[in-house]
Design a protein. Structure first.
Length: 203
C-alpha cells in the first residue's frame, strides 16, 4: 500500500496519553486521494503514481487538466501530486488514511507561512550591534564584501529579503491517531504551513 497522502492542515489540538501526559498534535484532513495516472519504466523511463485531492468546480480548471482527469474517470480535483516508486494501485483507486496507523513515522511537506520582507537579524539570526544610545550599528548586516577586489557581492550572501512562503519538509514526525470515518490524521508536533494549506504526508 502506498503511504503518501495529500491533505489540508486544519489546526492544532492536544490529546492525553494513558499516563496522563499531554501530546500536542496537528490535525490534517487527509484524503481520500484518487489515482489519476500510473507511470512505468517502459513507457516513461521511471515508475510513479499520480494522485489527486480536493474537490473543485470544473470551471476552475483548464481543458487539458479536465481531459486528463476525465480520461482517468476522476471528478475535477484541485491538486495533483506525483509519487515516485512502484505501487500496486491502479488508475481510479482511492488512497485513504487507513494506509497510516498510530506510531508510524512520517515526514510532512508544505508551504511555510510567509513573513514578508525581513532583515538579517530575524531572517538569518544575525547578532546585530550594540543596543545602547549613540551606537549607529543595531540591526544592519555589516560588511558584505571587499571594495576594489572583487568589487561585487558574492551570490548566496545572507542578506535581507523575503522570508517564509517556501516549501519546507518536516521529518521525524509520528502519527498519534487516525479517524477513517472523518478522514483525519493527527500528527505529533507542528507541521509547516498555515491553516487550510495543502500538505503532503509521506510514510
Amino acid at each position: 500500500m502506498m503511504k503518501t497522502l495529500l491533505g489540508t492542515k486544519l489546526g492544532m489540538t492536544q490529546l492525553f496519553s494513558e499516563d496522563g501526559s499531554v501530546v500536542r498534535c496537528t490535525v490534517v484532513q487527509a484524503g481520500p486521494c484518487l489515482v489519476t495516472q500510473k507511470k512505468t519504466v517502459e513507457a516513461d523511463g521511471y515508475a510513479a503514481t499520480q494522485i489527486a485531492f480536493g474537490d473543485v468546480k470544473p470551471k476552475r480548471l483548464n481543458k487539458p487538466l479536465l481531459g486528463h482527469l476525465k480520461k482517468a474517470g476522476v471528478p475535477p480535483k484541485r491538486h495533483l501530486v506525483e509519487v515516485r516508486g512502484e505501487s500496486d494501485l491502479s488508475v481510479g483507486d482511492s488512497v485513504t488514511v487507513e494506509s497510516f496507523s498510530p506510531g508510524d513515522k512520517v515526514k510532512v511537506s508544505g508551504i511555510s507561512k510567509g513573513k514578508g520582507f525581513q532583515g538579517v537579524v530575524k531572517r538569518h539570526g544575525f547578532g546585530g550591534g550594540p543596543g545602547y544610545h549613540g551606537a549607529h550599528f543595531h540591526r544592519a548586516p555589516g560588511s558584505i564584501g571587499a571594495s576594489a577586489d572583487p568589487s561585487r557581492v558574492f551570490p548566496g550572501s545572507r542578506l535581507p529579503g523575503q522570508m517564509g512562503n517556501e516549501r519546507v519538509t518536516q521529518t521525524g514526525l509520528t502519527v498519534v491517531a487516525t479517524d477513517p470515518d472523518k478522514n483525519l490524521v493527527l500528527i505529533k508536533g507542528a507541521i509547516p504551513g498555515s491553516k487550510g494549506s495543502l500538505v503532503v504526508i509521506r510514510g
